[in-house]
Each structure stands twice: as structure tokens, then as C-alpha cells.
Design a protein around this ligand. Structure first.
Ligand code: ATP
Ligand code: MG
Length: 560
């Protein structure tokens, strides 16, 4: 049974199933409608998994539609990255790729129809005046002096707006609804404005652009969307969505259904803020592995299946909540634990000399690639007299519960031998620079024939065979659960984690040199790592740490 089958149906799937049963719809058509003004992030992934997910489950289709009505903020770079990211997440829109700008002519015709019907008018108040007339949550708005303009005059002005006769802001087209409405969105919302700007698809063909609320519902209707799924902040816009489609009597009237957006602890998910991080160079770009963007997560080594599982597990609700980022990290570990090949690498080396191991001898020892997956097979790891161990795995003066290496203590080297520490070499400053050890040749492979036990197993690499690499150790980008929690006058960037990236030189077992970008592996006992897709070269491997092995979410779950 898959996760989906085990779970009770969420409220959206319940509505869809009822609509299919009642015959309201014979199929399901959804859409994912990003504005191409930034890269997609993990919040968008929730919406993508939902829209493509339900379409897939009910034998329907999901459209990818670019909501490109704001020419000044949009860019083909974003259009391209969005398509790449949706595909990488594992979803396919087939030939259902649309742009709101495809409908500009139709949207214009519909606007003319609204004017003719006395349902829209050209207003010549300034933006500030329109705001002042709009009223507040507690006070009704006031009618614009241009509200009763004749249909002919509005038609004439609207045509001349389109023809480019007026400057930006000189006029707008407004829906004529109700300036006293308790819902501010219904107080004669602007549906067209003049914007003399170049559009990434329509070029200079237009100098008036339709507003989002007006465009979105008509685009949905044009594409015969059955269920228009969006986040809660659009709940107050639904009456306008329905008003436009009712007034225009479009042949199809999709149902808008709202769900709670994803909020993640220690993370910002506003495109405006992500853009700030990039523009102000707090990160290296939209795909910086610390970014919550799909491109960042991919470069960090997160598999798409982990993101899909995470989105499924957080479920769908009608109320906003905060999801612990540890839950995302848990989903990543869970997926990688099953699939990631294991290797040995040392991040903070201490030199270890096996005194009784022959100077010129090298052994090829068998190492299991993935204990979770026997089909992954095994590889060989070279063993020799001089090794690197993790500095932290040795204590000259071990505390009570420290079972790793210390003077006189015997431990197991993974896939190799038991060793016992017999001496410590220090420099003039008194720092330990080398450990001396003896190995027991009888314990090859990691077991003693006499059955004696050791309390720990350590990873290692052969110094002469080790491949040097750059390891980028990433941590959370923000130090506060809510990055927006700042004192008066502060800014979310005040909460950036100064230690979100540490760069060290790692020593890799030779087989790791052949792991190229696209695969995430486990460095045993240290975490999951992947070759950096931008900076990795065969001469100078660069590895990003995806996550450590410490799973704080699993602990929370156990306690709960
Ligand atoms: P921002 O609020 O940062 O400006 P946006 O939500 O307006 O971004 P869009 O490109 O318009 O960005 O989003 C496309 C779709 O993704 C919308 O349907 C939106 O509801 C959904 N979406 C955006 N952010 C989230 C989120 N955090 N959780 C769930 N869905 C989201
Ligand atoms: Mg939006």
C-alpha cells in the first residue's frame, strides 16, 4: 500500500471525489500557476505535488500556466528554471503549457464586454486618490467621480489606453461592483493598468496589462479547469473570482478551493525575501544549497522523492501552521538511507601509524555499498600502514562514556581490523599530531576469531590513497525558528546564521573520486554528501553536505 492509500482523504480530494460521483465533472483538470518572478521553492512544491498529484490520481491532467501579467518583474530565466524544477520533481504537463499572456487579446475583449454591460469603467483618479477612496476595513469606500462615466466614454478611453495615448497611471479600468462592500477586494478593483514596459513574451505589443485577479479566473475558465486550488490568502478574492466569471457568463466556471500554504521553521519562503538574499549576496545565487528553492535543494543533494514524500506527509489543511524543518530533513534522510551508497571519508584527519603493519603492503578490503540494499553490491577499499582517522574519534583522556579510540583501547576499523592505540606523538606545542597503533592480523574483515568484542567501529582512509576534496558543510540559513522575529527596526537578514557554511578539506577513499554530480552518497558516520553540480571537477572534487545523520525529527516523533 502506498502512503496515499493509507491516509484518510484530505478535504480537497473529498470534494473532487464527490464531484466525480455526482457527475458535476467527468474528469479532473488542475493547474499550477506560478508567476515567473523568481525560482520555485519548497512551498511551491506543496502546490505542485497537490495539483499534479490529484490530476494523476483521478486520471486527469494538470496544466503548467505562467501567470505573466507583470512585465517589469518577470524574466525568461525564471520561466526556464520553473519548467526544469517541475520536471525534476517528477511531474509532466505534456502539451499543457500555457501563459496568461496567451489570453491578452481575449482578456481585452472580455474587458470591453464588461464596459458595454456597464460592469466596468475607466477611472482617472491617481493611484493615491484611488487608495484614499477605497476606505478601510472598518469604513466603506467612496465612489470615484468617474464611476458614472458613460459607456461610450469608457470604451473610447480604454481603446486609447491600449493605443498608448496615455502615460502610466493616467487611467485604469475598474470593475464596477460595490464601494461599500465589506470585502475590500470587491470595492471596484482595478482590472487593467497602463504599463509601458517590454514583456518577455509579447514584447511591445501591449502597454496595458490585466491584473492578477481578473486574469486568473478567466485563464482558469479558458482552460476548463475543474478545481482551481490556491493558498488561503486568496479566500477573500474568491467573491471577485466568481463575480468576473458570472458577469462574463463564461462557458466554464471552475471552483476555487483554498488550502494552507506551507510555512517552514528556520526558513523564509517569500519570493521577495529570497530575491533579497540573492541580490544582497547573502547567498551565492538562487541555487545556493542553503536556499529553500527547488534548485538549491537539488544542488544540496536532496532527491525529488524526498520532497514528494515530505509534501505528502505534511498533508493539507485549511488553517495556516508552521512545519518543523526537521521534518523535511527527516524525509531526506529516510529516502537517502534506502538508496545512498556508503563510502568512507575523513573530514578532520589525524594521522595513525599501524606499527606492526608492513611498510610496503597494501590490502584491498571488501566493503558493503549499502547495508539497506544487498543488490548494491560491494567495492574494495585500500588499507595500508598509515591511515587517517577522524580527530574527534580519539581522546587521550577519555570521559566515562567515550568508547572510541584512546590509549590502550581496542576498536574496530570498518571492514578492516581491530587496532589498539599504543602511543601518542605530540608537536612542540603539545598538540597531538600522530597516533601509534598495533593491529591484530587475525581480525581481518572486522571480527575476532576468539569472539572478543570492541565497543566502537570507526571509519578511516588510507593516507597514501586518499583523494583530497573540498567539503562544504551546510547548516540552516537562519538561527531563529521564525526568521522574521526581529526587534523593532530590524530585518530578517539580522537572523542569518553566520555559521551556515564551513569549508574543510576532506580525505576520500579512492572510489569516491568516481562519484560525479547527480548522486548523493553517505560518508559513513558523517552524513549525506553530493558532488557539487557547479564546482566539482575530477581534479578537485567538491562535495556538499546534504544533511548530517542526526535526526532530531525521529526523536521528536518517538517522544510524542
Ligand atoms: P510570494 O507570496 O512569495 O510572492 P507566490 O505565492 O505569489 O509567492 P506564485 O508564483 O504566485 O508565488 O505561486 C504559484 C502557486 O504556488 C500559487 O498557486 C501559490 O498559491 C502556490 N504557493 C506559493 N507559495 C506557497 C507555499 N508556501 N505553500 C503552498 N503553496 C504555495
Ligand atoms: Mg502569486
Amino acid at each position: 500500500m502506498t502512503e496515499t492509500e493509507k491516509r484518510p482523504k484530505d478535504f480537497i480530494r473529498t470534494i473532487i471525489e464527490a464531484d466525480l460521483r455526482s457527475g458535476k465533472h467527468s474528469g479532473v483538470v488542475t493547474r499550477f500557476p506560478p508567476e515567473p518572478n523568481g525560482y520555485l521553492h519548497i512551498g511551491h512544491a506543496k502546490s505542485i505535488c497537490l495539483n499534479f498529484g490529484v490530476a494523476g490520481e483521478y486520471g486527469g491532467v494538470c496544466h503548467l500556466r505562467f501567470d505573466d501579467t507583470n512585465p517589469t518583474k518577470e524574466d525568461v530565466e525564471f520561466v526556464d528554471s520553473i519548467q526544469e524544477d517541475v520536471r525534476w520533481l517528477g511531474f509532466d504537463w505534456g502539451d499543457k503549457l500555457f501563459y496568461a499572456s496567451d489570453y491578452f487579446e481575449k482578456l481585452y475583449d472580455y474587458a470591453v464586454q464588461l464596459i458595454r454591460d456597464g460592469k466596468a469603467y475607466v477611472d482617472s483618479l491617481s493611484a493615491d486618490e484611488i487608495r484614499a477612496y477605497r476606505g478601510t476595513l472598518t469604513e466603506p469606500g467612496r465612489n470615484s467621480p468617474y464611476r458614472e462615466r458613460s459607456v461610450e466614454e469608457s470604451l473610447d478611453l480604454f481603446a486609447r489606453m491600449r493605443a498608448g495615448e496615455f502615460a502610466d497611471g493616467a487611467h485604469v479600468l475598474r470593475a464596477k461592483i460595490d464601494m461599500a462592500s465589506g470585502n475590500i477586494n470587491m470595492r471596484d478593483p482595478t482590472i487593467y493598468r497602463i504599463r509601458k514596459a517590454h514583456h518577455h513574451r509579447t514584447g511591445d505589443a501591449w502597454c496595458i496589462y490585466p491584473m492578477y485577479d481578473y486574469t486568473h479566473c478567466i485563464s482558469d475558465a479558458e482552460e476548463k479547469i475543474t478545481h482551481s486550488l490556491c493558498t488561503l490568502e486568496f479566500e477573500d478574492h474568491r467573491p471577485l473570482y466568481d463575480w468576473v466569471l458570472d458577469e462574463l457568463a463564461t462557458p466554464c466556471h471552475p471552483q476555487q478551493i483554498e488550502f494552507a500554504r506551507l510555512n517552514l521553521s528556520y526558513t523564509v519562503l517569500s519570493k521577495r525575501k529570497l530575491l533579497r538574499l540573492v541580490a544582497d549576496k547573502h547567498v551565492t545565487g538562487w541555487d545556493d544549497p542553503r536556499m529553500p528553492t527547488i534548485a538549491g535543494l537539488r544542488r544540496r543533494g536532496v532527491p525529488p522523492a524526498a520532497i514528494r514524500n515530505f509534501c505528502e506527509r505534511i498533508g493539507l489543511a485549511k488553517r495556516d501552521s508552521l512545519v518543523d524543518v526537521a521534518m523535511l530533513e527527516h524525509a531526506v534522510r529516510e529516502d537517502l538511507n534506502a538508496v545512498a551508497p556508503r563510502y568512507m571519508a575523513v573530514l578532520d584527519p589525524i594521522r595513525v601509524v599501524i606499527e606492526n603493519y608492513p611498510d610496503d603492503q597494501v590490502e584491498e578490503l571488501d566493503a558493503v555499498n549499502n547495508p539497506e540494499d544487498p543488490s548494491a553490491g560491494s567495492r574494495v577499499v585500500p588499507f595500508s600502514r598509515v591511515l587517517y582517522l577522524e580527530r574527534d574519534d580519539f581522546r587521550e583522556d577519555p570521559p566515562k562514556k567515550f568508547f572510541r579510540l584512546s590509549p590502550g583501547r581496542e576498536v574496530r576499523l570498518r571492514y578492516a581490523y581491530f587496532i589498539t592505540c599504543t602511543g601518542v606523538v605530540k608537536n612542540d606545542a603539545g598538540e597531538i599530531v600522530e597516533l601509534r597503533c598495533l593491529y591484530d592480523p587475525e581480525t581481518r574483515g572486522g571480527d575476532a576469531p576468539d569472539g572478543r568484542k570492541v565497543k566502537s567501529t570507526l571509519h578511516w582512509v588510507s593516507a597514501a590513497h586518499a583523494v583530497e576534496a573540498e567539503a562544504r558543510l551546510y547548516d540552516r540559513l537562519f538561527t531563529k525558528e521564525d526568521p522574521d522575529d526581529v526587534p523593532e527596526g530590524g530585518d530578517f537578514t539580522d537572523n542569518l546564521n553566520p555559521a551556515s557554511l564551513a569549508v574543510v578539506t576532506a580525505f576520500l577513499e579512492p572510489a569516491l573520486a568516481a562519484v560525479a554530480p547527480g548522486t548523493t552518497v553517505q560518508f559513513e558516520r558523517l552524513g549525506y554528501f553530493c558532488p557539487d553540480a557547479r564546482d566539482w571537477t575530477a581534479e578537485r572534487p567538491v562535495f556538499n553536505r546534504t544533511v548530517t545523520l542526526r535526526d532530531s525529527w525521529a526523536r521528536i516523533e518517538q517522544k510524542g
